[in-house]
Write a protein that binds this ligand. Structure first.
Ligand code: ADP
Length: 482
């Protein structure tokens, strides 16, 4: 091309030539027979050539062989319309194929002969990445659905088709049917987190589908759809249902067992109460007869025997009385007695223990106790048992008993502290069991006093325990709701 340019035009031409030669965009020009007139280094290098190697050659030489026959129609189009655009597959020097997106125009520069100016972008890498993603979607072992912003299915992969029981064509043709469209439309608007849905397959089989949906956004942050992963959760859902059913059955069984136990417990308590109550009368009669016999007996050996029998009867009566109190304390339908201030309940129990306190020289101290109202009969019995034990299990010193109270959260904790013989660590829990005694006949007792205390405290929704060391005294504490 031999053109005479003015000075300004020459400057401008140099400017644009440098601009084009340094551009990363792909540029070239060719005549109407397809002969390359000029190419910038970026375009030539994209195909593995230098500009000098390519100028003067025909452009179709660089096309992928299968599209070379289309080159004539391209030239015809551009001659006719003055422009052409699209994608073109090219053959690089090293045999690699490149994909260019181009827009070419026929120049209408009056001073120049007609030629085509081409501008292209190499989209090979982008295309390959798209292909890889497409393959990943298609060949994934997990079922995937691609929905548009309205929930319409754009793509479905083979695994999803297999799971849902449709061929790709069937599914895409039916995706407007109420079952499918409704289900996936919901997915398009549903929030994050998996969603469980019931799906009827083409063969009528019902699936529990777990759908994990991810929103897809454009570069400008506009919402364009959702990618859904489909997981067959039928086995899990079935197992969960079975577990729920089993749990319900188990709970029903436990409830019925508990009701049976309550009934038989109530029966047992009733029996213990009636038996111990009714046994007292004939035993008292036997004791009376034994006393009579002792008085009238002339034989000292017989009198000794009768005294032994009488002692045993006395002990039996004590045990029966303990049993009776225990049965009463265990009764959940306990009828509360009147409410009295805490110190009154303590004083009443001290009155009941007056003779023991006097004979032992015990000192019982309490002060600054809270003015809380308590159930009279329960608390009198509690303090009577605890203070009575503190005196009974005294050490070498005269018994000293201290009563104090503290509150924490919703409970009052009341402590009864003594300076007695103390209790071995191994027995701190056992002593609250019925008939559990740590001593023989050297200390009179039935082993039921602390079991009664435990029943009373638990009936009130509280707890009782002891802290002690042998020879150091003991502190019994019980906490009851405020
Ligand atoms: P009992 O006094 O009739 O034997 P309890 O149920 O009242 O029955 O007490 C159970 C056991 O706990 C007692 O036999 C005794 O060994 C021990 N015990 C109870 N209170 C005290 C205490 N304050 N000090 C030392 N041991 C105690």
């Amino acid at each position: 091309m031999q053109v005479c340019l003015t000075r300004e035009a020459a400057v401008e031409t140099r400017f644009y030539r440098r601009f084009a030669e340094n551009s990363l965009g792909l540029m070239c020009s060719h005549d109407l027979d397809g002969i390359l007139l000029w190419i910038n280094p970026a375009a030539a290098n994209s195909l593995g050539y230098s500009p000098a190697e390519t100028v003067g050659t025909r452009l179709d030489y660089y096309l992928a062989p299968e599209i070379r026959p289309l080159f004539a129609s391209y030239l015809a189009r551009i001659r006719e319309r003055g422009t052409d655009s699209g994608r073109v597959r090219l053959h690089a020097k090293d045999g690699d194929q490149r994909l260019w997106m181009y827009r070419n125009i026929l120049t209408d520069e009056p001073q120049l002969p007609l030629h085509v100016f081409g501008h292209a972008v190499d989209i090979t890498e982008q295309f390959r990445a798209e292909q890889a993603l497409e393959n990943l979607f298609e060949q994934a072992p997990v079922g995937y659905l691609d929905l548009d912003a309205c929930g319409k299915v754009r793509r479905i992969n083979d695994a999803a088709c297999k799971l849902l029981g449709y061929s790709k064509q069937e599914f895409l043709a039916q995706h407007d049917s109420p079952g499918i469209a409704g289900l996936f439309r919901d997915c398009a608007v549903a929030g994050p987190g998996p969603r469980l849905a019931r799906f009827v397959r083409n063969d009528g089989h019902v699936l529990s589908l777990e759908i994990h949906a991810r929103s897809i956004f454009e570069a400008d942050s506009s919402f364009v759809g959702r990618l859904c992963a489909l997981i067959d959760a039928s086995d899990r859902v079935q197992a969960e249902m079975e577990i729920r059913n089993l749990n319900a059955q188990l709970e029903a069984k436990v409830a019925s067992r508990v009701a049976d136990l309550r009934k038989s417990n109530a029966g047992l308590q009733e029996f213990a109460y009636v038996a111990s109550h009714d046994l007292q009368a004939p035993l008292k009669q036997v004791r009376g007869v034994l006393e009579q016999l002792q008085l009238s007996s002339k034989d000292p050996q017989t009198a000794e025997l009768l005294r032994g029998c009488e002692q045993d009867i006395k002990r039996m009566l004590m045990l029966i009385e303990g049993l009776l109190s225990y049965a009463v304390a265990s009764n959940p339908a306990h009828v509360p007695s009147r409410q009295v201030p805490l110190t009154i309940a303590i004083e009443e129990s001290l009155m009941n223990l007056a003779s023991v306190i006097a004979s032992s020289g015990a000192a019982v101290a309490y002060k600054n106790l809270p003015p809380i109202p308590v159930d009279e009969s329960s608390f009198v019995q509690l303090f009577q048992n605890l203070i009575g034990n503190a005196i009974k299990y005294r050490g070498p010193e005269a018994p000293k008993v201290g009563i104090s109270a503290a509150h924490a959260e919703n409970f009052w904790t009341i402590a009864v502290e003594d300076n007695g013989i103390g209790i071995d660590a191994a027995n701190l829990e056992q002593i609250f069991e019925a008939f559990r005694r740590l001593h023989g006949r050297e200390y009179a007792g039935t082993g039921i006093g602390l079991a009664i205390c435990k029943k009373i405290v638990e009936r009130m929704g509280g707890q009782i325990w002891v802290e002690s060391q042998p020879g150091q005294g003991s502190t019994f504490r019980f906490k009851v709701p405020r």
